[in-house]
Design a protein around this ligand. Structure first.
Ligand SMILES: [Zn+2]
Length: 307
């Protein structure tokens, strides 16, 4: 009996599996964040804090560890009041980290009659759902890279949360070992390149996309930024980390030639392509299983400006 118990135990410890994320799970997370009860998740509102606590609960369920202190909620000062980013760690086989981020705040409500809630399903509940999905994927296994998951607050008010957490000295032990940051910003719709595809902002500044595509599985593909003239690389949360000379890009599927829900009340779950988003999350998971600190060391070139 003892022998059997030992055998069972060792089988379990050898065969720990990465877990594909279901469309139902993706739907639950995204529609909770984008629900009317969250009232558009504007920083400084109780609903913004409720969204932060919901993300913290998901991190806890996925057995993540705190990035700092005794909570997943990492406080910062916003106009003299406390606001929170949410941060969790998954320890991997090595001390080198990859970071996955998005912003959970949105722009609240308007005074209009009728639908006056900016649900922000695409912007950026979809990005948060993606990073939560990646933490789901690795819940019961140990990845090669350690991973840090960051849900930023106050993006819509000038990237306040990402600026604060990037400067938080308590996280330097992570930042000093951070190989690259993937910031997901509006990934709910099919890209102009088709399904299972994202574009990377600032692709001309590093080899991160080429390197990632070499290992990309499930037909996942990262394309160069087709809207480079809009300078999105310097206008999204990744820039707080670019300033620290950390490889940090934003990834999006938003088709700027077609989109009509940007910062409008109709950015709700009706715009979300759940099949495509679920496929992107699982393709990311599969690809990340192949990456390690030896084969994935993206570098900036001299075109990038750090300030
Ligand atoms: Zn956004």
């Amino acid at each position: 009996m003892k022998k059997l118990a030992y055998l069972t135990l060792s089988l379990f410890s050898i065969f720990t599996f990465a877990q594909e994320v279901s469309k139902e799970r993706v739907h639950t997370v995204l529609s909770t964040l984008a629900s009317d009860e969250m009232k558009g998740r504007e920083i400084g509102t109780p609903e913004n804090e409720k969204a932060a606590q919901y993300i913290a609960k998901l991190f806890k369920e996925n057995n993540l560890e705190y990035c700092t202190g005794k909570s997943f909620l990492v406080p910062f000062d916003y106009n003299g009041k406390k606001a929170y980013n949410v941060c969790g760690i998954k320890k991997g086989k090595t001390d080198k980290y990859l970071a996955f981020s998005g912003h959970f705040d949105h722009i609240g409500t308007s005074n209009k009659s009728g639908d006056n809630i900016y649900n922000g399903a695409d912007d950026d509940a979809s990005g948060i759902t993606t990073l939560v999905g990646i933490s789901d994927y690795f819940k019961d296994t140990t990845p090669e890279f350690s991973m840090v998951f960051m849900a930023f607050n106050g993006e819509e008010k000038g990237m306040k949360g990402s600026k604060a957490i990037a400067e938080d000295k308590n996280l330097d032990k992570i930042y000093n070992n951070l190989t690259a940051l993937f910031n997901f910003e509006m990934v709910a719709t099919e890209s102009q390149f088709g399904k299972n595809a994202l574009f990377m902002t600032g692709d001309e500044y590093s080899d991160m996309d080429e390197l990632f595509n070499q290992y990309a599985l499930n037909n996942l593909k990262i394309f160069p930024d087709p809207y480079a003239s809009q300078n999105l690389f310097y206008r999204s949360d990744n820039v707080s980390f670019v300033k620290k000379k950390i490889i940090a890009h934003s990834f999006s599927s938003a088709d700027m030639t077609k989109i009509n829900h940007y910062h409008r009340e109709n950015d709700d779950i009706n715009v979300v392509d759940f099949d495509n988003l679920t496929q992107i999350i699982n393709s990311f998971g599969k690809t990340l299983e192949k990456l390690n600190p030896d084969n994935f060391t993206p570098k900036y070139n001299d075109k990038v400006k750090f300030n």
